[in-house]
Write a protein that binds this ligand. Structure first.
Ligand code: UDP
Length: 452
């Protein structure tokens, strides 16, 4: 940490893995700039305070029951959280403000602002009454954040006769077939929830994206125009501030010595993040595809990935034995470390935004297999816009998986993809270096927080 600047920032992440990681990454960046950090978090999916001894963690009750935490409907879960956390959050923040005021001069850390996940929608009234400035962190890419407010309208208008491959006019570079799949997900309360999110963003002092100009050329100008608040695209995944310490799962570190034994750029890493679920039949197809490709592979199968099973018991014994010859299966990998490893040559991914930026930052070409929500748009950015990955078009069949791995590792298209990925990695790497676009944005953010 630079010398303390006497200012404290309060962070409030949404309690899911893909939101906790970037918030803690932001915490590390701000801490390195001299801010002291307090994280207010729910009991549900509480981050591991012991992994971050330099930050203060304060838990608030969320009132969620076991059954409620297991719901598949994310918007319902977030709506419940917003309803149940408002009062405990307000009390916690008010207490913090009073105690910071009553500190002695030399211990005083003035609370400068609140930075909360865009998914917390009750915050405007709280900070208004407490007269505290408020910034929003979006863990989506800029284009998804911007366009997803149109989803309720798109749901009403979805056309049955449009061509599957057509671009969705109001949601580029999403295609019609992606939109149809995206809308299949059960999301009750979507319209009021999005409305409140948009209002909370527009009434904030600014919005932060863990992304940069280089990855959002088309959407940033539109975001500035539509949202009318300062936008800070402070850069994706900083390798000097890895996000993985925010892991809610136990990382299986044994994959690193296993990777050490593999040849350079020979291994395909496969992971589907913290939320996706699939059927047993789909996992079996993926396992066969990996085995038949002949490439060594590292497969992360999270407990809960295949619903109603313990772990990987759906994979037949005879296939499991064959898999062990060439691959390694873990429950949760230290992903950033894995992607950085010289042995990794490709990433078969669900295209969560964190996974996408981590892959770009390490220059690992992707095979896209999105399942839900923003993953469809992220996958199109990877395959159609930046062209640094192949798209499986949701064909979860062993032959498709095998041939996409072969094309990525040995085909001409794979060669071109690797070349483009190398350039994109360099471009994004430059943006977080001195005078790069993300670097300048971070400077502006630090100035803004210091000026509150
Ligand atoms: N991750 C990990 N180990 C795994 C799978 C995922 O550490 O085996 C991390 C990954 O590095 C990323 C986060 O979990 O930071 C997943 O976020 P993402 O946005 O990719 O997906 P989500 O979990 O939100 O669907």
């Amino acid at each position: 940490m630079e010398k303390s600047n006497g200012l404290q920032v309060i962070l409030f992440p949404l309690p899911i893995q893909g939101c906790i990681n970037p918030m803690l990454q932001l915490a590390k960046i701000l801490h390195s700039r001299g801010f002291s950090i307090t994280v207010i978090h729910t009991r549900f999916n509480a981050p591991k305070a012991s992994s971050h001894p330099l930050f203060t963690f304060l838990e608030i009750p969320d009132g969620l029951s076991e059954t409620e935490t297991r719901t598949d409907d994310k918007t319902f879960l977030f709506t419940l959280l917003n309803r149940r956390c408002e009062t405990p959050f307000r009390d916690c923040l008010a207490k913090l403000l009073v105690s910071s005021d009553s500190e002695t001069e030399e211990k005083k850390q003035r609370i400068s602002c609140l930075i909360h996940d865009s998914g917390w929608t009750f915050t405007p009234s709280v900070t208004k009454s407490l007269k505290l400035p408020r910034l929003v962190l979006s863990t989506y890419t800029v284009s998804f954040f911007l366009h997803h407010f149109a989803l309720p309208k798109l749901r009403r208008e979805v056309s049955q006769d449009s061509e599957q491959d057509d671009l969705v006019q109001d949601f580029p570079p999403l295609r019609e077939k992606d939109l149809v799949r995206l809308l299949e997900e059960k999301r009750e309360y979507l319209e009021p929830y999005l409305h409140m999110m948009l209002e909370a963003t527009k009434s904030s002092s600014g919005i932060i994206f863990m992304s940069c100009e280089e990855l959002n050329q088309d959407s940033l100008p539109k975001a500035r125009e539509d949202l009318k608040v300062p936008i800070f695209a402070i850069g994706p995944s900083y390798s000097n501030f890895p996000a993985s310490s925010g892991s809610l799962f136990t990382q299986d570190e044994t994959c690193i010595p296993w990777l050490d034994k593999q040849e350079d750029k020979s291994v395909i890493y496969v992971s589907f993040g913290s939320l996706v679920t699939m059927t047993g039949a789909e996992l079996i197809e993926i396992a066969y595809g990996l085995r038949n490709s002949g490439q060594p592979f590292l497969l992360a199968v999270r407990v809960g990935l295949v619903k109603g099973t313990e772990w990987i018991e759906v994979i037949p014994e005879e296939l499991k034995a064959k898999l062990d010859e060439k691959g390694k299966i873990v429950k949760w990998a230290p992903q950033q470390e894995v992607l950085k490893h010289r042995a990794i040559g490709g990433f078969l991914t669900h295209n969560g935004w964190n996974s996408v930026v981590e892959s770009v930052c390490e220059g690992v070409p992707m095979i896209c297999l999105p399942f839900i929500w923003d993953q469809f748009l992220n996958a199109r950015l990877v395959s159609d816009v930046w062209r640094v990955g192949l798209h499986l078009e949701h064909r979860i069949e062993r032959n498709e998986i095998e041939s996409s791995i072969r094309s990525l590792f040995f085909g001409n298209e794979g060669e071109a993809i690797r070349e483009r990925m190398k350039l994109l990695k360099e471009k994004v790497g430059r943006s977080v270096k001195e005078n790069g676009s993300a670097y300048r944005s971070l400077e502006r953010l630090v100035d803004q927080i210091s000026s509150f």
